[in-house]
Structures are given as C-alpha cells and as structure tokens.
Ligand binder design. Structure first.
Ligand code: PLP
Length: 385
C-alpha cells in the first residue's frame, strides 16, 4: 500500500500552485517584465575565501593521501569544533552535541525520529509549511496554535510533546524576544516537552532583546534542539550544509544510533566550505551580504508602511508580513498583483488558514528589483484609489 498521507496537504493553497500560476502567466505573457518579491532563495554568490577552500577540497579528493570517503556520520570534527567556538562559545557544548547535515529542510522533520510516534506535535498557524506537510506525510499528530496580536505564537493550556518554533520567523518575519522565549522554555520544562528551534535566520538578528540562540535561556538545554543552516548566512542554498545542537541533557545515545543507520554524512566539499565561512576574511564579507539584505527589507518595510499597509517583521529577518489592502483572499490578491503590476508576492494562505488575508515579501532579492516593484505598487494604488 502506498503512503497516501503525502497528499494530505492542501494542494490548492500550496507553493506549487503559486509557482505553477506564475509559470503559466510568464508563458502566456513572455514580453512582460515580472519582478519577484517572493524569493526565498539568496541572490548573492558564495564569497571567495569559501570558494578557494572548496577548490582545494576538490583536489584533496583526487589524491589517495587526502581522500575522504565514508565515516563522517556526524560531520567533520574540525567543523563541529568551529561551530562551537564561533557560534556557541559561551555554552560549553562539546562536539558530541553537534550534528552536521545537508540542510535544515531535511533536519527539521528528520529530528522527529527521536520522538515517540504518538507525540502530539504543535506548531504555529501560519507556519513554515514543511513542518506541517512532512508531519502529515509521516502520519504524525499535528496541532496548531494561532498568533496573538503581536504575531507571537500563543502558548497553549493543553499538553503537547514536541513544539516547532521558528525564530526569526518564516513567514511572519518577527523574532521571539528573550521574555517570550523564556515562557516557551518554561512550558516545555513543565510539560516534559521538547522544542525544535528552527534558527536558520539567526544571522539577521540585530535587536538587543532577541536572543541569538535559545540556549541563552539556561533551562533550554533540557528541552531544546537548535537548528541552523549555512544556506542564508553563507549562500549555501545550492551547496547544502546545516547543523543542529542536540544537548547531552536530552540525548547522547539514540540519535547517534539513528544517524549511523540513516545518514552517511554531509558532502565533504560543502563541509570544508562551511568551515571556511568562519575565517575572519569570510565573516566580514558575509556580514556585508546580510547587511545588504537587511537594507533591502528595511526599504520594503518602510515603503509598504508609507503606502498604508499594516506590516510586521523585517527587523530581525529578511521577510515582512503584510496585510492585504483589499478584502479578497490571499491567492486572489496574489493573482491580481501579478496580473496588474507583474509583481510576485507570496500568498499568506500557503502558510496555513490563519495566513489568509496576508502576503509575504522577501528582502533576499536585489535592491534594484525592490525599488522597481515598490514604484509599481505606488503607481497602482495612486491610480486605482
Ligand atoms: N527552515 C526555514 C524556516 C526556512 O525558511 C528554510 C528555507 O527557506 C529552511 C528551513 C531550509 O533551509 P535549508 O536550505 O538549510 O534546507
């Protein structure tokens, strides 16, 4: 029998249906200049010190004395050590608590193998849709919690076993402050629950009251697994490298056993590249890239606010979450904006029923395109209202 749960997802309100609509539109109107503010990929190439290190890594593979084959199930020890030294120097983690992998998209639900099949799994609505869709495919018990008026996940009264938290958030673009996150950690400790903390946009955090890591809350070591990726911070979206921290207070045995039987390790070349991202010369270049994306999203946030939209996010993340100006569904609004001004936005319903009435805008594209898209929005609203 085939696993039909894979199709349990809402195909109407899916990324794939938005992508198909755009493809059809471009096919029918090849002469139109379509600009995407929907882009979830990065637009900056990989910086030179990382590229040079990877060239050398490729040469290593050509020589028997430096060849790397099977065996690195949890990642290169020097990369795991560099992650601790650079990203978590204050927490005293050891490399046994670091797992290197091939992307947070896989990690965020592969980690569910650590938890009992009957676990009650909670996530936000709206959510990064991969958590939801993969839980359906894996026949897991999924529950949703809405956002409050400050766009923060509402802490439930009931018991849940596993909680997905995405901070800084995709899609909403805001981040959890220390106070809010502390409440979630207290909930998890009280309920014997675990938090899967998706922190892939950590490089964008600049607000002083937003923790860079959940482990800044001491009790989080008992209940939180933090996931990070080199995708957005170092343009590894095509290369693939990620990691997560599984503190020894949670597990030292199960996930190692699982991983030996499940995963033959991340690509050697990608891991050498990830290691080179910690070089001082790389860090400076990567910091500048993130700054550019942040300037871009600040510009977009300000522009949509000036046009009278209600906007959240865009301070500690590359996304803003914008309320539709018109009383139509998020997909109708997406169709309308594409047809009227040839700009792509992401309809909020993709992220869950409570995303209805909103759309997501990304600052990961270029500032030139953002300026041109904003001009089109301004003209459209001047002319039509
Ligand atoms: N988690 C979130 C919240 C994301 O937005 C994304 C990508 O957009 C990912 C995970 C995927 O990251 P990776 O490229 O490491 O698979």
């Amino acid at each position: 029998m085939l696993n039909r749960n894979i199709l349990k997802i809402d195909k109407v309100n899916a990324f794939s249906s938005a992508t198909a609509y755009v493809a059809q539109y471009k096919k029918e109107h090849p002469q139109r200049d379509v600009i995407s503010l929907g882009i979830g990929d990065v637009s900056k190439p990989i910086v030179k010190p990382i590229i040079e290190a990877m060239h050398k890594a490729v040469d290593d593979l050509a020589d028997m004395s430096s060849f790397h084959g099977y065996g690195g199930y949890y990642g290169l020890p020097e990369l795991r050590q560099a992650i601790i030294d650079n990203d978590y120097p204050q927490f005293g983690f050891t490399i046994d608590e670091v797992y290197v992998s091939d992307g947070t998209k896989s990690d965020c639900t592969n980690i569910l193998e650590l938890f009992d099949i009957n676990s009650r799994i909670l996530m936000a609505d709206p959510t990064y849709p991969i958590y939801r869709n993969r839980c359906y495919a894996l026949s897991r018990d999924v529950y949703f919690t809405p956002l409050d008026e400050k766009y923060q996940m509402v802490i439930p009264e009931e018991h849940y076993d596993v909680i997905f938290i995405c901070s800084p958030s995709n899609p909403v673009g805001n981040a959890m402050t220390y106070d809010v996150l502390e409440k979630w950690v207290s909930y998890a400790v009280r309920e014997n629950a675990y938090i899967i903390y998706d922190n892939v946009y950590e490089a964008f955090i600049s607000s002083p009251d937003v923790p860079k890591s959940i482990y800044e809350i001491p009790e989080a070591r008992k209940c939180a697994i933090e996931l990070r990726s080199f995708s957005k911070r170092a343009s590894f979206t095509g290369l693939r490298c990620s990691y997560f921290i599984l503190p020894k207070e949670i597990d030292t045995v199960l996930f190692k056993e699982r991983t030996i039987n499940r995963f033959n390790g991340a690509s050697y070349v990608a891991q050498v590249g990830a290691l080179a991202s910690f070089l001082p010369e790389s860090r400076e270049l990567l910091r500048k890239n993130i700054e550019t994306y942040k300037e871009n999203i600040h510009f977009l946030k300000k522009s949509f606010e000036e046009m009278g939209f209600e906007v959240t996010g865009g301070v500690d993340s590359p996304y803003i979450w914008v309320k539709n100006r018109e009383n139509i569904s998020s997909f109708e609004y997406f169709h309308k904006i594409l047809n009227e001004i040839n700009v792509i936005i992401v309809p909020g319903a993709i992220f869950g029923p409570h995303g209805e009435g909103y759309f997501r805008v990304s600052g990961l594209g270029t500032i030139e395109n953002s300026r041109r898209a904003v001009e089109r929005f301004q003209r459209y609203y001047e002319e039509s209202h």
